[in-house]
Design a protein around this ligand. Structure first.
Ligand code: GDP
Length: 526
């Protein structure tokens, strides 16, 4: 198969949703269609780690299971699908954002009773930053929910994206009869409790056919009225608009009943984009270039409880990967051999012989790989757009044993490189300040400092609530700024000057005072 063909059949995506909308359930069903049946129980088991918020060892115990679900690779029809797990913690982390930098499209799951929820909004913001195409699955139609038209209006208003329904539900809750596929003119009949792989599909060319009345009774007329209404009110589906992220095709169903899932998956593989062109600082990189290139978007520690290993997840952007190949690690300027790369199949971890753009491979990391690192054949490249966000929570770290300060520093720097937490060294003051986007990261950091670096420390509250990275063209102005704001300045793990503020109001005040100084809310990994 040619490189072009390998690329054309790949779909790399992530699911965005608010907790409890049905992401886990839907993932299981998708894997079933992909033939990865062993996985069915596994995805559920993974859920338990969500609640072990403060006990890292417990989290670790679950890892054997959760690992393979960080990236799940499965085949469906002629397609090879990489499903990247966007961590579903209530507590939002930067990890979630970064996973979305590695996908080509997203699947949004919405609970039909709840409509658009806060976390969906946040994740959608990230998709919008990168113009990631989004396909929507409205779930739980077997329950009473909001009216479909209201749901579409809710999505359009809150998420600022046009909806184009490709299927339409017939009733809901007890009256849920199925969905009508609007682009194939097919009726999919629903029978509750049947977790079947083949849906009961009836082709109906003419919506006015009496057959519809026989099948749906009085609800046939409701469907006709709905469809008539839709023709006036809803946007016709336009694939280009979807690919440009201006429009989201919408499907309705019930994940737990495995209803509407396969038709959504069928549309997904046909409509969603294959791996595309990616921006590097130097130039645009096309997937079908012969040269191999990829970037690291996630580092996960302790995936294998037997070894304290850390795996770097690399998304391939161009060319072909083959086992044992030598690549250039540009940040440290060294050639390394990718001998032990792992690919994450839905069933287990396997050694990879070859992999292609859109695929994710796992590299063993002995402290030389950071988030944002680019690997390529030779040409120096640096993929852009892997963000670090201004933290919203802060803690001061107080060491219990002063002799351990070296270990503490080493541990914190490594954890920062993994993106687990952000580390700041105040310009005035000796103790580190940690920053995070979600507070869960603090618990995990502390547990890991203890377990992996043998460091006993405690947290103290600190009076900061927001941070900005500082840039300035005028050196004199910068020096003046530094002099006047010493108590609010710190250096982060990458040596960047950061301003920490006690409140948004304070920040605003400083911002207005210091013209010529840039305050950045996010920055890219160097
Ligand atoms: P996640 O937090 O988004 O991963 O959500 P889960 O997949 O764990 O689902 C949350 C809850 O909703 C669970 O109790 C599921 O059994 C339930 N659920 C998922 N899909 C459906 C559905 O189609 N209908 C109904 N009634 N419940 C569902």
């Amino acid at each position: 198969m040619t490189l072009q063909q390998e690329i054309a059949k790949r779909r790399t995506f992530g699911i965005i949703s608010h907790p409890d909308a049905g992401k886990t359930t839907l993932t299981e069903k998708l894997l079933l269609f992909g033939g990865a049946i062993q996985m069915a129980g596994t995805v559920k088991a993974r859920k338990s780690d969500r609640h072990a918020t403060s006990d890292w060892m417990n989290i670790e115990k679950e890892r054997g299971i959760s690992v393979s679900s960080s990236v799940m690779k499965f085949d469906y029809r002629d397609f090879e699908i990489n499903l990247l797990d966007t961590p579903g913690h209530q507590d939002f982390s930067e990890d979630t954002y970064r996973v979305l930098t590695a996908v080509d499209s997203a699947l949004m799951v919405i609970d039909s009773a709840k409509g658009v929820e806060p976390q969906t909004e946040k994740l959608m913001e990230v998709c919008r930053m990168r113009n990631t195409p989004v396909l929507t699955f409205i779930n739980k139609l077997d329950r009473e929910g909001q009216f479909p038209l209201d749901l579409l209006a809710d999505i359009e208003e809150k998420l600022q994206i046009e909806c184009a329904p490709l299927s339409w539900p017939i009733g809901m809750g007890k009256r849920f009869k199925g969905v009508y596929n609007l682009y194939r003119n097919e009726l999919h009949l629903f029978r509750p409790g049947e977790d079947r792989r083949k849906t009961n599909i009836i082709s109906i060319d003419d919506i006015n056919s009496p057959e519809l009345d026989q099948l749906l009774g009085t609800q046939a007329q409701e469907l006709r009225d709905d469809i008539e209404l839709l023709q006036g009110a809803a946007n016709p589906f336009d694939r280009d608009e979807y690919l440009r992220a201006n429009q989201t095709p919408v499907f309705f169903g019930s994940a737990i009943n495995n209803f509407g899932v396969q038709e959504m998956l069928d549309a997904f593989v046909e409509l969603a984009p294959p791996p595309g062109i990616r921006a590097a600082a130097e130039r645009m990189v096309a997937p079908d270039e012969e040269q191999f290139s990829g970037f690291v978007f996630k580092i996960q520690a302790n995936m294998d409880p037997a070894h304290r290993d850390r795996i770097a997840f690399l998304r391939i952007c161009s060319g072909k990967f083959s086992r044992g190949m030598k690549v250039r690690h540009h940040r440290i300027g060294k050639d390394i051999s990718l001998a032990n790369a792992t690919i994450f199949m839905a069933q287990d971890r396997a050694h990879v012989e070859e992999a292609f753009p859109g695929d994710i491979i796992g590299l063993h990391n002995h402290g030389t790989i950071k988030i944002g690192d680019t690997f390529s054949d030779k040409e120096p490249l640096k993929f852009t757009g892997i963000p670090s966000f201004a933290p919203e929570h802060f803690r001061r770290v107080r060491l219990k044993d002063p002799l351990k300060s070296k270990q503490l520093q080493k541990g914190l720097i490594q954890l920062a490189e993994e993106g687990a937490v952000q580390v700041f060294k105040p310009v005035n003051g000796a103790e580190f300040i940690l920053g995070a986007v979600g507070v869960l990261q603090f618990d995990v950091t502390m547990e890991r400092l203890k377990a992996e670096y043998n460091v006993n420390a405690v947290y103290e509250g600190v009076d900061f609530t927001t941070a900005r990275w500082i840039r300035a063209k005028d050196r004199k102005r910068l020096e003046e700024f530094q002099k006047k704001n010493q108590n609010n300045l710190a250096i982060d793990a990458e040596g960047e000057l950061t301003y920490l503020a006690a409140s948004e109001w304070r920040l605003q005040h400083t911002l207005e005072q210091w013209e010529g100084i840039e305050f950045l809310k996010s920055r890219e990994y160097k």
